[in-house]
Design a protein around this ligand. Structure first.
Ligand code: ATP
Length: 376
C-alpha cells in the first residue's frame, strides 16, 4: 500500500486555484520530493494531506486514512511527523518545554539523540531563536516519536550548509530503516541529493512525476568554460546534447573566474560573438554589467580573437549529453576554468514546459501524461 495517495486533489481559494486536479502517490520507504517555485501550491497540498484545510474536490489518503475522515486522520497522525514551512510555536516556551509538550501528545522515543544531532538551543524562549534554530528544534519535534511517514515543508530553509548535510545524511539513514518521506522544496539540487522520485508542481498543476535521475538527465547541466584559446564553434555546437551555446572573450586569464561566470551567463542567450577588453587595460568599465564589457558583433558564425594575451575565451551552454564525451572533446583545448552544474529549476521549466505556461494554458503533453498518468 502506498504511504500517500492523491487523486484529483483540488483546492480553490476563490481568487487562486492553488491545486488543480493533483494526482500522485508516494510509495512506502521512498524519499519523495515535491518541487515547485514559490506559490506553486506545495504547502496547500501538504495542508490538505494533514487535514488542516479541506479539499475543494478530489481525494487523498495518508497511511491509509482518508484526509476527509477526521477520526481516521487523527489516528494516522500519531504515526506521522510534520514540519511546517513556518512553524508557529509558543514564543514564550523554551525548546525543552516544547519537547516535553510533544512528548505528552505523541510520545518520545528519541529526542535525546535528535537534540544531539541537530543541536537546537533548549533553555531559551522561542522568541529568541534564530530562523535556523527554530528549524533545528522543528526537526527534533518532527522525528522524536519515530514516525512511519514524515511530511516536511521546505525543511532546510535557514539551515547552514553543515546542518543541511547532517540533515541529508540523517534522512538517508532513516530511509534504510523504512521511513517514508514527502518533502517540498524549490531547490532542484537539494532534491537531487536526497530523493528517489520527484513531482513538480507549477501554478497548481502537476507537470511531472518521475525518478529524479531521469528528470536531471533530461534537464541537462549548465556548462561554463574559460579557455586560454578560442574553441571553434563547430567543436562545441557539433557535439550531441549542446544547447543554447553562447560565447565571448572576457577578463584576464589571471582574473576572477567568478566574474567570468557572471558575464558568461549574461551572454549565454545571445550566442555568436561577443568581445571584451581586459578590464585591467584601463579604458573600459570594470562594472559587472555585461553591457559595459561586451560588444555584439554583426556576425554570428565565428568567435573574435582577443588582441592581448590576457583575455580568455568563455563559453556557456546547456548540455544533455554524456559528460565523458564532453570532457574528451574539451581535453583537446587548454582550459582556464570549467564548471558543470545542474540546471536551475527555472531552466528545467523553460526547457520542458515553456516560459509562457500559465493557469489557462496547461502544457499539452507532460511527462506525467506520457508515463500513463501521474499516480503510480
Ligand atoms: N489561505 C489562502 N487564501 C488564498 N490564497 C492562498 C491561501 N494560501 C495560499 N494561497 C495562494 O495559493 C497559491 C499556492 O500557495 P502555496 O503556499 O500552496 O504555494 P507554495 O508552493 O507552498 O509556495 P512557497 O514555496 O512560496 O511556500 C499562492 O498563489 C498563494 O498565494
Amino acid at each position: 500500500m502506498d504511504a500517500v495517495t492523491l487523486d484529483g486533489l483540488t483546492k480553490d481559494y476563490g481568487e487562486v486555484l492553488a491545486n488543480d486536479d493533483v494526482s500522485f502517490a508516494v510509495e512506502r520507504g521512498e524519499i519523495f520530493g515535491y518541487l515547485g517555485p514559490n506559490g506553486a501550491g506545495k504547502t496547500t497540498t501538504i495542508r490538505m494531506l494533514l487535514g488542516l484545510i479541506s479539499p475543494t474536490d478530489g481525494s487523498a489518503t495518508v497511511l491509509g486514512a482518508d484526509v476527509r475522515d477526521e477520526s481516521a486522520l487523527i489516528d494516522a497522525r500519531r504515526r506521522i511527523g510534520y514540519l511546517p514551512d513556518n512553524p508557529q510555536y509558543d514564543e514564550t516556551a523554551t525548546g525543552r518545554e516544547l519537547i516535553a509538550l510533544h512528548e505528552r501528545i505523541k510520545g518520545d522515543r528519541r529526542s535525546d539523540e535528535l537534540v544531539e544531532l541537530f543541536d537546537p538551543p533548549l533553555d531559551r524562549p522561542i522568541r529568541e531563536y534564530s530562523h535556523g534554530n527554530v528549524r533545528k528544534l522543528g526537526l527534533v519535534l518532527t522525528f522524536m516519536h519515530d514516525p512511519e511517514l514524515v511530511i516536511l515543508d521546505e525543511p532546510t530553509g535557514g539551515l547552514d550548509p553543515l546542518m543541511k548535510q547532517r540533515f541529508g545524511e540523517f534522512l538517508r539513514r532513516e530511509r534504510e530503516t523504512g521511513l517514508t518521506v514527502l518533502f517540498s522544496s524549490h531547490i532542484l539540487g537539494e532534491v537531487r541529493r536526497l530523493c528517489d522520485r520527484v513531482a513538480i508542481i507549477r501554478q497548481g498543476r502537476l507537470v511531472t512525476v518521475e525518478p529524479v535521475e531521469s528528470l536531471l538527465e533530461r534537464s541537462g547541466k549548465v556548462v561554463r568554460l574559460a579557455a586560454a584559446e578560442p574553441i571553434p564553434h563547430a567543436a562545441l555546437d557539433g557535439l550531441d546534447g549542446v544547447h543554447d551555446l553562447g560565447a565571448g572573450v572576457a577578463g584576464s586569464a589571471t582574473g576572477s573566474a567568478a566574474g567570468a561566470e557572471t558575464d558568461a551567463t549574461d551572454s549565454a542567450d545571445a550566442g555568436g560573438e561577443r568581445t571584451a577588453t581586459d578590464p585591467d587595460a584601463g579604458d573600459h568599465s570594470h562594472e559587472s554589467d555585461a553591457g559595459d564589457h561586451f560588444h555584439e558583433s554583426d556576425t554570428g558564425d565565428h568567435f573574435h580573437e582577443s588582441d592581448t594575451d590576457d583575455h580568455f575565451h568563455e563559453y556557456t551552454f546547456t548540455y544533455t549529453g554524456e559528460v565523458n564525451t564532453l570532457l574528451a572533446r574539451l581535453g583537446e583545448y587548454s582550459l582556464h576554468d570549467c564548471t558543470i552544474e545542474e540546471a536551475p529549476l527555472e531552466d528545467v521549466f523553460l526547457r520542458f514546459y515553456g516560459a509562457e505556461t500559465d493557469e489557462t494554458d496547461p502544457p499539452a503533453s507532460t511527462p506525467a501524461d506520457d508515463a500513463g498518468g501521474a499516480s503510480r
